[in-house]
Design a binder for this molecule. Sequence first.
Ligand code: ZN
Length: 283
Amino acid sequence: MSEEDVVTYEVEDQVARITLNRPEYRNAQNSQMTYALDAAFQRATDDAAVKVIVLAGNGKHFCAGHDIGTPGRDVDRSFDRKAVLWWDHVDKEGGDQRFARESEVYLGMCRRWREVPKPVIAKVHGACIAGGLMLAWACDFIVASDDAFFSDPVVRMGIPGVEYFAHPWVMNPRAAKEFLFTGDRFDAQRALSLGMVNQVVPVEDLEDTVTAIAGRIAQMPRFGLALTKKAVNQAEDAQGMRTGMDSVFGLHHFAHAHNAETADDSLGGLDAKAMARGNREQE
Ligand code: ZN
């Protein structure tokens, strides 16, 4: 599969549509996908014909998380780094390698996309799990279909949530604890009641609803939208989101290191199949 294929890009009526395109793997994100996403966001940022961006997933699900086991898993591959000023992870070992890689492709990329100076709407259907949450949360709006569900089950790996630790800000601290402690799925209605998503609509109405919202936003002036987005993001950062995330990133990496010391690997020996089995057994 070529670099372009894992993410598709189209523009129509001032709206860029960026679509995750690994439907056979429930759009699991490998680094190839994060860099293709980054290129698509850069393209939409630079394109004067684009006012609004829609991020969606092809197939039955929005995104099942980071790639922890498909044939396209590419953790040992180098890419031209964009998100942070740090060295390449590939020839490093242990925590040095993990910190470099995750700073770049997970936390750094998500922050970079959150700061795209155009409104971004996540169009979420089906699964939005772990690394998938990070993509949706980095967007300005989330419009979900009624079949959408959200979960972060990585506590099962002994890890305190995914790298972009927005949990207490996108819901509230008490709900975030329930979400993490149980690993349970929050359905679209629960996500709506917590303020994590903007709207929930029947799955057959999702496309039209997102198109209508994008169309309304596209009538606003480009620069006004950019300043407004920055204003709200700055307020969120002043509420501690950025520093909170940085401190949790340390705990996250401590957990990876503990796993690497005491179990088979930094994920506590749990691959995608073992995670799915664990989640099922708990139900
Ligand atoms: Zn990690």
